[in-house]
Design a protein around this ligand. Structure first.
Ligand code: SAM
Ligand code: SF4
Length: 326
């Protein structure tokens, strides 16, 4: 089992399969970003070895992310390999959905349980502006393919940026009236890359909720207002699905954190919003034993920072979000 020195049991690993992406969302990366050469990224056998290693330390839940995980070569085989790792109980994925029309069924057959699909607006023009060239129609095809393949319950992630999609939150929330989906609004977080954009365009969860309620009326708390993972859940009266708010910046949920992350280049990232990392890939490639690697992981987790210090102006600038895996 992996514990940090605050007594939190860490058993949920998010793996960034690649820092590369087929979109360039304005809040995530600059248009001219230079991705890492493939040789610097974890190779398939290295990812599977890390999955076994983390599972042997009590990690039972894995989310695959990126960058865009679906553009990784052999992604279906990778999912199958991770699903078959003894000790791993759930494998899920966060994706922009563009390739799900083709991949949802094979991924589900390989054992993937659920997907979170990013869709920040229902307006095709605004979607293009936010993603720089994405087609909203492809995302819709991906959502329906995921639902048909049983990758449910579908969760829709919507990052809110003040001058881009602030007016769209009610329309997104309205989706839950007719679909058993969870539409989750995410506060913008600052990283390396478009940092000024991320800090300047941030809308708080309370403001987003007020925007939804001003048009659709009061939301009812689900679970007595308790957190569901990182989201606080609400429901519109009579809705089939839930509306969630992820207030990572304004109301951090660090006390309940169970996560660690593996960056695309094989670094153990201990907190999304802190620069502290432990290099696992270089030792693996230099012949470290499994026992050495296990020790590196356990010592790293022990030192996991309590949480972020954005309120004190500490912004993690050593990486872009896409490399860490959101
Ligand atoms: N490409 C996939 C996608 O877009 O879903 C997976 C990777 S993406 C980095 C994971 C999630 O992080 C997405 O929901 C995305 O909208 C969100 N995200 C990206 N940059 C962010 C930022 N600066 N603050 C908050 N969320 C962000
Ligand atoms: Fe790509 Fe996801 Fe970042 Fe958008 S949010 S640029 S889809 S990694």
């Amino acid at each position: 089992m992996a514990f940090d020195h605050y007594g939190r049991k860490i058993h949920y690993l998010r793996i960034s399969l690649t820092d590369h992406c087929n979109l360039r969302c304005v809040y995530c990366m600059p248009e001219d970003i230079v991705f890492r050469p493939n040789a610097e990224l974890m190779q398939d056998d290295e990812i599977l070895l890390f999955a076994r290693l983390f599972a042997s330390l009590g990690f039972d839940k894995i989310r695959l992310t990126g960058g865009e995980p679906t553009i990784r070569a052999h992604v279906v085989d990778l999912v199958r390999g991770i699903v078959q790792t003894p000790g791993i109980r759930t494998v899920t994925m966060t994706t922009n959905g563009l390739l799900l029309a083709k991949l949802a069924r094979p991924l589900a057959e390989a054992g993937l349980k659920r997907v979170n699909i990013s869709m920040d607006t229902l307006d095709a023009e605004k979607f293009r502006r936010l993603t720089r060239w994405g087609s909203l129609e492809n995302v819709w095809e991906g959502i329906y393919a995921a639902e048909a393949a049983g990758l449910t319950p579908i969760k829709i992630n919507a990052v809110v940026a003040a001058d881009y999609n602030r007016e769209d939150v009610a329309n997104l929330a309205r989706l839950t009236l007719e679909h058993p989906w969870q539409v989750r609004f995410i506060e913008l977080m600052p990283f390396s890359g478009p940092t000024a954009f991320q800090t300047g365009q941030m809308v708080t969860a309370a403001e987003i909720q007020a925007g939804v309620e001003s048009i659709l009326g009061p939301l009812e708390p689900v679970n007595g207002g308790e957190l569901d993972g990182e989201a606080r859940l609400y429901r519109l009266p009579g809705a089939l699905g839930d509306v969630g708010f992820i207030a990572s910046v304004s109301q951090p949920f660090c006390v309940a954190c169970t996560r660690a992350r593996l960056t695309a280049d094989g670094r153990l990232r201990l907190c999304l919003l802190r620069e502290k990392e432990v290099d696992l890939l270089t030792p693996l490639r230099s012949g470290a034993s499994l026992e050495d690697l296990r020790r590196l992981i356990l010592d790293g987790i022990w030192e996991k920072p309590w949480g972020h210090a954005l309120a004190d102006g500490v912004i993690p600038l050593n990486r872009a979000m896409s490399e860490i895996g959101g």
